[in-house]
Ligand binder design. Sequence first.
Ligand code: SAM
Length: 365
Amino acid sequence: MAAEDSSKRDRFARKMTAILNAGALNLGIAIGYRTGLFDAMETLPEAGDADAMAAAAGLNRRYVEEWLGVMATGGIVELIPTPAGAPHYRLPPEHAAFLCRRADSVNLAVYTQEIPLLTRLALEPVIASFASGAGVPYRCYPEFQGFMNELAAAKHESLLVQRFLPSVNGGRLLERLRRGIRVCDLGRGQGVATRLMAEAFPESRFRGFDLDPEAIAEAAAAAHHRHLTNLSFEVRDAAHLSADPNLKGGFDFVTAFDAIHDQSRPLEALRGVLHLLAADGLFSMIDIAAESAHQDNLNHSMGPFLYTVSLLHCLPVGLNDGGAGLGMMWGRERALDLLAEAGFSRVEIVEMDFDPFNRHFQCRP
Ligand SMILES: C[S@@+](CC[C@H](N)C(=O)[O-])C[C@H]1O[C@@H](n2cnc3c(N)ncnc32)[C@H](O)[C@@H]1O
């Protein structure tokens, strides 16, 4: 074997080893997040042994000890040898900033749940679909809405009202929201974003639409619990909005947060948004920041992660009923094409330095 081939082979062997370790660490971090171990470790004033960590989290010492082995060898927690007896462990504050529930918009540990959850829910149907080309029905993902809500909550609660809305239409949307406008949030899930907007702008009226009756029921219950009277939720298929004459021109602002790429009829959904909008209305489509061609995503910092989430969820649900199957990584070019085909003549991409995962397509009829 030529020297160049051999070093390429060695490099790839090292990469494969790193992949096995990173995959295992993803799961270890997911366990630490779910069980509250990171949060418990952060509360401890000083490093401690496995007994101290288990006691702080209220968990079994032996399991915690094994988990600390994963975390210490993976460089997530620091191991401090002690001259006699068991080692001590410490969660560095620089790591805790990304791993604990308080981390809000930089909470990366919450994302470690995503691939284990999707694997449990959909790996077998997705593998079967590799042969058949079929979609995977939403009923295969019973807990996924709850998880997406957790993700959305972590992000929206710190960014939506504080950073995102002030960035829309050069800041001019805020004044309209304060005075009172009609807003529709499409593909709403369990409703965190709609609720936060409704709380911040009591003079405006908000309606959240989603295909999923359970998510809508959760969203409505949360709004009721908070006595919000300017907010309502409805089960609606975005592909059929244009067929309802009562909705025509009924909204001044429409949002779709990561909700267009999952649609099996995205073109009809975008035409439905046009149907909803008043003549001077504005549509904010927030979707994953990617390009459409694989070669243009080679340097995407989250490329393999996002394509995998797409493979296990967004693509298969988008293929249901012979659907378009855009996938999460449909990217800027396809998004602009589809928006133009739907009839949006003025589309502007607004940069969001506070949310590098996403891109904001600000669209006018
Ligand atoms: C990735 S989730 C985003 C949820 C929410 N917007 C957020 O930011 O967390 C996509 C949502 O689109 C909804 N959805 C998919 N197809 C739809 C359709 N045809 N009509 C309405 N909602 C749909 C799903 O039920 C899901 O709640």
